[in-house]
Design a binder for this molecule. Structure first.
Ligand SMILES: Cc1ncc(COP(=O)(O)O)c(C=O)c1O
Length: 411
């Protein structure tokens, strides 16, 4: 039966998370399906930033102690731990996801000294692969990055693999790995498991400790709504922290940074993975992002994004009859993260035509149109409007307008 606007309005009326949308600032006239790339701004963010600015003016350097700025990476890390199924003391906020990957890949090689292979997936996010390539080059001595396609991963877990490095939800297709079973397979083969959670944390419940995950990294500017360039986080299972001598050692990871001792002694806890001074303004914005999850049941968030993904797929079947459009996400939204992706040879221009109509999704080379469903603020009616616009852009070939072919620096 045809899905109508009033059907989707009824879905919004039943949505237990409908009230969360009010916690965010969303420009009128825009339908934002890009929270999987840069989350919308929480209403509380300007106030959080203003508090730090005020403290900086008033208390100057004393703020590091008076407002415990020095403790923020750990405090915010503890709050992220709750969202990813980890214990307090297993997560710290620092640096970028890329830099944290470097730290934890080096740690994995250190924990598994007889083995020299980093196993990953060919279609992993480029930075994950670049970091592993750089580390292998630096270490020489037979350290090798082995990249295979998803279907070949289990078979490639040989006795030389030190670490299996995977991104939980693929940035392009949205396909989601089974974290528990890949972690178990890595362990059975004597390897560690390192997960990149950039496209999953904040969109679904995660159970890192329960799954026995060893190491993980993730970004906080997507579903965690931390703001542009928000600092990333890393997770190290409590049982491993004391075994790792950080390769990227820095004074903030020292047991006593303010002794100014040039002999490096790592902090006893997760703080050893800090390197330099924490970005306090960015941490303040991230705090506002993390607080949006205080009253949210992530099981409800997941149920909503699966429902939005299913609705999008059904509406595309109903409204978009252009033969060039092809679903690249799994058919089953349960096997997908909080996004859906389609390929089309004119993908870039189609996304631009949609943006011109106020529907903000994004394009991923070479030909992928990607639509993200941040479950706290995307409505069923937004999905309806987006697919109606997509159908119109395809049917009228509005994407053929030369304006929509001008490539932006950031896509
Ligand atoms: C899966 C994944 N990993 C890593 C990154 C890069 O993160 P950062 O820029 O914080 O290093 C991204 C960025 O989009 C990503 O999607």
């Amino acid at each position: 039966m045809k899905i109508t606007r009033s059907d989707v309005e009824a879905m919004d009326a039943r949505d237990p998370l409908a009230g969360c949308r009010g916690w965010f600032v969303l420009p009128s006239g825009a339908i934002y399906l890009d929270g999987n790339s840069l989350g919308a701004m929480p209403r509380a963010t300007p106030e959080r930033l203003a508090q730090v600015v005020e403290a900086w003016q008033r208390d100057l350097i004393g703020s590091w102690n008076r407002h415990d700025w020095i403790g923020w990476p750990r405090r915010v890390g503890d709050r992220i731990a709750r969202l990813i199924g980890a214990q307090p003391g297993e997560v710290i906020v620092a640096d970028s996801t890329s830099v944290n990957l470097f730290k934890l890949l080096a740690a994995a090689l250190q924990c598994n000294p007889g083995r020299r292979v980093i196993l990953t997936e060919t279609d992993n996010f480029p930075t994950d692969v670049h970091v592993a390539q750089g580390l292998a080059r630096l270490l020489g001595g037979g350290v090798e990055l082995r990249a295979v396609d998803a279907a070949g991963l289990a078979g490639a877990l040989g006795h030389d693999v030190a670490v299996l490095m995977l991104t939980h939800v693929n940035y392009r297709s949205g396909a989601m790995h089974d974290m528990a079973s890949f972690t178990a397979a890595a362990h059975a083969a004597g390897a560690l498991a390192l997960w990149d959670l950039s496209h999953s944390a904040g969109a679904m419940p995660l159970h890192l400790d329960e799954a026995g995950v060893d190491l993980a990294v993730g970004g906080s500017y997507k579903f965690l709504n931390g703001g542009p360039g928000a600092p990333a986080y890393l997770f190290v299972a409590g049982r491993l922290i004391g075994l790792i001598e950080p390769a990227l050692a820095g004074w903030m990871g020292h047991a006593r940074p303010f002794d100014f001792d040039t002999a490096y002694e790592p902090a006893s806890g997760i703080e050893r993975f800090l390197v330099g001074t924490p970005p306090v303004l960015s941490l303040a914005a991230l705090t506002a992002g993390i607080e949006t999850f205080d009253a949210v049941d992530l099981r409800q968030a997941r149920a909503k994004s699966v429902a939005l993904g299913a609705l999008f797929r059904r509406l595309v079947q109903q409204e978009c009859h252009e033969p060039g459009l092809r679903l690249v996400s799994p058919d089953d939204p349960e096997r997908c993260g909080s996004q859906v992706s389609y390929a089309h040879p004119e993908g870039y221009a189609i996304v631009q035509a949609l943006i011109a109509r106020g529907i903000i999704g994004d394009f991923r080379a070479p030909d992928v149109l990607r639509f993200g469903f941040a479950p706290l603020y995307v409505r069923h009616v937004d999905v309806f409007e987006a697919v109606m616009a997509l159908g119109e852009v395809l049917a009228t070939r509005a994407y053929a307008d030369p304006r929509f072919r001008v490539r932006a620096l950031v896509t």
